[in-house]
Design a protein around this ligand. Sequence first.
Ligand code: FES
Length: 158
Amino acid sequence: MPFALSPERERELQQILERYPTKMAATLPLLHLCQEQNGWISDEVIEFVSQRLDVSTAHVQGVVTFYTLYNRKPVGKHQVWVCRTLPCALRGGYDVLAYCEKKLGVHAGETTPDGKITLRTAECLASCGTGPMMQVDKDYHENLTRERVDAILAKLSE
Ligand code: FES
């Protein structure tokens, strides 16, 4: 079934298009808008973006596969990104990741069977001084301990 934006997001798209000199320049924000609505970037979304911006599907596909923030398959209701870059790693980032995997029963890149949480890894999220850290949806959680991870994951599973 073809993808279409909701009327509200369609209005947002018009505002986005007014801010950019070319339609192609709006590729990233339009993909974000689509992902907000659909949860992931399906082939139908790629086709939609291609048509709306008058660019090739290959261009859209290239953008989507370059940036890890775009989901190319369905994901959980919540996204948990554990930073694994050196400053966080030195402060226990890999322990946090292993602990999340154990608690959730999934490996990085997988979604819990109830569809609530997708566990992912991230490269530096610019919060190095407060590592180990992770991003949950749009929020940062810093100076993580096992107890803090327990509380965060418990809340997401409610
Ligand atoms: S290394 Fe983790 S936020 Fe920078």
